[in-house]
Design a protein around this ligand. Structure first.
Ligand code: SF4
Length: 326
C-alpha cells in the first residue's frame, strides 16, 4: 500500500470544517493506504500557546480523531515531538533550502501579519519541518486542503533538490486534494476557524449548535421574513449540502427564493442535521475520554512504529549525505 502522511496541530476544539475538510477523508483512506497521522506539537510551538494545556490537548486531539473513526488498529497515530528525527531531518533540509523561497510562502506572510509581535524563525521555517515530517516516512501522498498545496509543492522541490545533490533517497510526495475545498465560517466571510470563533465544534451540544446557527450570517438581501433570498449567496445553504438530504436542500432553496420559509426554519433543519451527525461522534468521544489509557496506548504503539520507520530512513539519509556514522 502507498503511504500517506497527515499532521494535525493540538490546538483545541476541532470543528466541522476540520471534519469535512480533513478527518472524514482520512477515515475513508484507512483501507487503501498505510496511513500515518502525527499530532504535530512542534509546529504548534511557532504560535503562542498555553503550556498548561498542551499535553491534554495532544491527548484530546487523538481522542477526538479516534471518535471520528480513526482506528489505531488500521493506522499509525503518533506525537511528532516523540520522534527526534523530525528535528534532525529538518536541519538537513534547511541546509538545501534558499531563504528567499521560505519568505515567499503565503502562510508565513499571513501568519506574520496576524501575529506581528511573534514572527519567529520557527514560523519562517515551518514548511521545512513540514517537508521533513513527510519525507521522513517517504510519504507518497499527503491529503490536504487547497491552502496547503504550496507547502506540498515545496516538499517536492526539497526532495528533488536532495535527490540531485546527494543521491536518490526521497520519493516526491503528491498532494491529495480534499473533495471539500473550503468550509466557510458562520460569519459567512472567513474560512471556519476556532481562532475566529466562527465555528461549530465537534463537541458542541445540540443547544449550542442551534444558538450558534441562530446568529449565523445569511443572504443579506433577506432582511425581513417576507423578503426573497438567493440560497447560493448564503453560507447556511452551503452547509446544508454537507448535512441535509436532497429533499431538504430543495425545500430550503425553493422556500428561500419564494420567501415560503424563514431563515430560522432553514437554520433549525440544518442544526438538527448537524447534531444528528455529531451525536455518535460525541458518544464515542465521551467513552474514549472516560478511559484515556486507550489513547495513551494508541500513541505509545504509534510512536514505536514511527520511530522505527524514521530511524531506518535517517540511516539512509546519513549514508547519502556522506556523514561518518562510526
Ligand atoms: Fe439562507 Fe436559508 Fe435564509 Fe435562504 S432561507 S437566506 S438559504 S438561511
Amino acid at each position: 500500500m502507498e503511504r500517506s502522511f497527515s499532521g494535525i496541530q493540538p490546538t483545541g476544539d476541532l470543528h466541522i470544517g476540520n471534519y469535512l475538510g480533513a478527518i472524514r477523508n482520512w477515515v475513508d483512506m484507512l483501507d487503501d493506504y498505510d496511513c500515518i497521522f502525527s499530532i504535530v506539537d512542534l509546529h504548534a510551538l511557532t504560535l503562542k500557546y498555553d503550556r498548561a494545556q498542551m499535553a491534554q490537548r495532544t491527548l484530546d486531539a487523538v481522542a477526538v480523531n479516534m471518535a471520528c473513526g480513526l482506528d489505531p488498529a488500521k493506522c499509525t497515530i503518533f506525537v511528532q515531538s516523540h520522534v527526534k528525527e523530525h528535528a534532525e531531518l529538518c536541519w538537513i533540509l534547511d541546509s538545501v533550502t534558499p531563504m528567499g523561497e521560505l519568505g515567499r510562502m503565503t502562510q508565513f506572510k499571513e501568519k506574520s501579519k496576524q501575529h506581528p509581535e511573534n514572527v519567529n524563525v520557527g514560523l519562517f521555517n515551518y514548511p521545512v519541518l513540514q517537508a521533513a515530517d513527510i519525507l521522513l516516512y517517504k510519504g507518497a501522498v499527503v491529503p490536504v486542503g487547497g491552502d496547503q498545496v504550496q507547502h506540498i509543492e515545496f516538499a517536492r522541490e526539497v526532495a528533488r533538490r536532495c535527490n540531485s545533490a546527494y543521491g536518490q533517497v526521497f520519493p516526491e510526495p503528491q498532494a491529495l486534494l480534499s473533495k471539500v475545498a473550503r468550509v466557510m465560517g458562520l460569519d459567512g466571510v472567513n474560512k471556519m476557524s476556532k481562532s475566529l470563533d466562527n465555528h461549530i465544534a465537534l463537541t458542541d451540544s445540540p443547544e449550542v449548535i442551534h444558538s450558534k446557527l441562530a446568529t449565523a450570517m445569511t443572504d443579506p438581501a433577506r432582511k425581513r421574513r417576507t423578503d426573497t433570498g438567493e440560497p447560493t449567496k448564503c453560507n447556511i445553504h452551503s452547509l446544508h449540502q454537507f448535512f441535509s438530504t436532497p429533499e431538504q436542500i430543495r425545500w430550503a432553496e425553493e422556500g428561500c427564493r419564494t420567501a415560503g420559509i424563514g431563515c430560522l426554519d432553514c437554520k433549525k433543519v440544518l442544526a438538527d442535521n448537524i447534531a444528528a451527525v455529531l451525536s455518535p461522534i460525541q458518544e464515542r468521544y465521551a467513552k474514549i475520554r472516560a478511559d484515556m489509557n486507550t489513547v495513551k496506548r494508541a500513541i505509545a504503539e504509534g510512536d514505536e512504529r514511527a520511530r522505527k520507520i524514521a530511524a531506518a530512513v535517517m540511516t539512509e539519509v546519513r549514508d547519502v549525505l556522506g556523514l561518518y556514522v562510526g
